[in-house]
Design a protein around this ligand. Structure first.
Ligand SMILES: Nc1nc2c(ncn2[C@@H]2O[C@H](COP(=O)(O)OP(=O)(O)OP(=O)(O)O)[C@@H](O)[C@H]2O)c(=O)[nH]1
Ligand SMILES: [Mg+2]
Length: 225
């Protein structure tokens, strides 16, 4: 029996990038770990600093404006929001083939410190402990590059052996040579990191750059992970 047969026998999801062009729905928002849906379908999570463009990127990827709520003000997303392809009841045996999780940002929020600490703890607990989490897409604002709190998240993911892939966001805000320079510098940084995926995806939700590449990367992560 070859590897692909093994995968099929184990009920592994075979996800194709076209899944993102079908309708998706909001399944649930979890304000704390105890409200998470039971572990089932493979998941990918979008993580990153507040305002980096996580929710915007999910909308651009799935081509559904307003599916994930976005805002000019950092701290918009306050729960772990689960999105799944439409048309599954959620009952045993009729589970969606995968889920995408939009996470609260870290690093800044116009909220009391206790609230920010609680979100950060939930984000870290989820990233560290979710068995069905196949890959974390770690979003980095192309204007700012990797910051100290991004490094803390990478340290945690390296330590927990959770695969992650860096996605540059808002590349429409900088010139193409600056994108190339940042890609090279970031690639060099990632070489030292145990759980980092070597390829970086450069995106703009506003202009649609990098969407097909990101769809491919997610489909592969869910299928192979
Ligand atoms: N120019 C440009 N602006 C973008 C892009 N993506 C997001 N934005 C803007 O960045 C701001 C933040 O976007 P969100 O998607 O809400 O960011 P988020 O990471 O989900 O933020 P939190 O939920 O607060 O952590 C919004 O004003 C978006 O319009 C992009 O590709 N290009
Ligand atoms: Mg958000």
């Amino acid at each position: 029996m070859n590897a692909s047969h093994d995968g099929a026998a184990a009920g592994k999801a075979q996800i194709k990038p076209g899944i993102f062009l079908r309708p998706w729905v909001f399944l649930r928002g979890a304000p704390a770990m105890k409200f998470l849906p039971p572990e089932g379908p493979p998941e990918v999570a979008f993580a990153g600093r507040s305002n980096v463009g996580k929710s915007s990127l999910i909308n651009a990827l799935i081509v559904q404006r307003g599916l994930a709520r976005t805002s000019n003000t950092p701290g918009r997303t306050q729960e772990l929001n689960f999105f799944v392809p439409d048309g599954y009841s959620g009952a045993d045996g009729d589970l969606p083939p995968m889920a995408i999780i939009d996470m609260p940002g870290y690093g800044f929020a116009k909220a009391p410190k206790a609230q920010v600490d609680a979100w950060t703890e939930m984000v870290f607990d989820y990233l560290r402990g979710r068995v069905t989490l196949k890959r974390v897409f770690l979003l980095i604002d192309a204007r700012h590059g990797i910051k100290t709190n991004d490094e803390e998240v990478m340290d945690l993911l390296d330590k927990a052996a959770v695969s992650y892939q860096v996605v540059l966001t808002k590349i429409d805000k900088i010139k193409p040579p600056a994108v190339e320079k940042l890609l090279a510098a970031t690639e060099a940084q990632l070489k030292r990191r145990a759980a980092a995926f070597p390829e970086i995806v450069a995106t703009s939700s506003e202009k649609g750059h990098g969407m097909d590449e990101l769809r491919d990367a997610i489909a592969r992560a869910v299928t192979d992970g």
